[in-house]
Ligand binder design. Structure first.
Ligand code: VTB
Length: 330
């Protein structure tokens, strides 16, 4: 486990914390206008357009380090794209303008607009591959669960630390065929399993939100999503480990160009997102963490959660928006 020391040069401008709220609010509103219309690409593009427009208003010298893809794949918010007015701190920007495009297109729970901002060089530059993840909330001894331990051992250790029986632990797992063995083992222990179809940024964060009832996140999801979730977990406390799934020479080579020296490295929370990191997420559809965008006559309501790791501050912000069209939010 890497202990974290945040040095002065890793502290980003606190004033920017609230600016991120506008960015995710407007991305969420833009994609929510296409909620339930069955068009994932259009909803995603709407969020990308809005997020990029808002990012470019920020007084930052930002670089997209986790985004919509490589430059040749994604015309906007591609990895390496510069964002902001350039008059401000050099920062890493990680974005998922619409996390859970299918959830939005089908108006299913749990889609969000999410982004993270951190001092340059302090986020893991995760390639667009899978990541094997384990995460628990705050208040437990360091290292009681481990990505490389058997699931039975992890559940037993967590249950003991929590003062419950193993079958009283609730795990969150993505409902995928690759998790069949994991799910079978959890069923054998008797755990409750919350299966999600998509959206494991929220999936991981739920471990640190007592109201959700989730004790542990287990399984394989997107690596970029793992870094975004780690940024939030850093702010609220909790433990997380992740290992990139680099199962082809091409993936190993791609990861190496992004600075990954050891393709089998097990990253802990402070290696996924070190330094001072701010994470903002706005609900697009109603979900366990956030209410979705609500269109009420000429008012648009949003709910955003914004985390700052340096202070451990978490803010929930309800927004009431009027005349959005004046801000070119078509
Ligand atoms: C994962 C997960 C995301 O898409 O990337 C998933 O981290 C894709 O997984 O939250 P599959 O390839 O198994 O479908 C999300 O669920 C949504 O972007």
């Amino acid at each position: 486990m890497t202990d974290l020391v945040v040095t002065e040069d890793k502290i980003i401008e606190r004033i920017l914390t609230m600016e991120l709220v506008r960015v995710t609010e407007r991305a969420a509103v833009a994609s929510a206008k296409l909620r339930g219309r069955g068009d994932e690409k259009a909803a995603d593009q709407a969020a990308v357009d809005a997020m990029r427009r808002e990012l470019n208003k920020l007084p930052i010298d930002g670089e997209i380090v986790i985004g919509e893809g490589e430059r040749d794949e994604a015309p906007m918010l591609y990895i390496g794209e510069k964002v902001g007015t350039k008059k401000g701190p050099k920062v890493d920007i990680a974005v998922d303008p619409l996390e859970g495009t299918t959830l939005c297109a089908k108006d299913m729970p749990g889609s969000i607009a999410v982004m993270a901002m951190a001092q340059a060089g302090t986020l893991l530059y995760a390639p667009d591959v899978y990541m094997d993840k384990i995460a628990i909330g705050p208040g437990y001894p360091k290292g009681i669960v481990d990505l490389d331990a058997p699931v039975e051992a992890n559940i037993a250790a967590l249950a003991k630390a929590k003062g419950v029986k193993p079958h009283e632990i609730t795990a969150l797992v993505m409902d995928r065929p690759r998790h069949a063995d994991l799910i079978a083992k959890l069923r054998k222990i008797g755990c409750s399993i919350r299966l999600i179809t998509d959206g494991d940024v929220v999936g991981v964060i739920q471990c640190a939100e007592p109201a959700t009832g989730i004790d542990i996140y287990l399984g394989i999801g997107g690596a970029p999503e793992g870094v975004l979730a780690a940024g939030a977990l850093r702010c609220v406390g909790g433990q997380m480990q992740g290992r990139l799934i680099l199962d082809t020479p091409e993936k190993v080579a791609r990861a190496a160009t992004m600075g990954v020296k050891d393709p089998k490295k097990k990253y802990d929370l402070n290696e996924l997102a070190s330094g001072d990191v701010v994470v903002a997420a706005t609900g697009v559809t109603d979900g366990a963490l956030l209410k979705g965008v609500a269109f009420k006559g000429d008012i648009i309501e949003t709910e955003t959660i914004v985390y700052r790791s340096l202070t451990g501050t978490v803010r929930r912000i309800k927004g009431e928006h009027r005349e959005l069209e004046k801000f070119h939010l078509d």
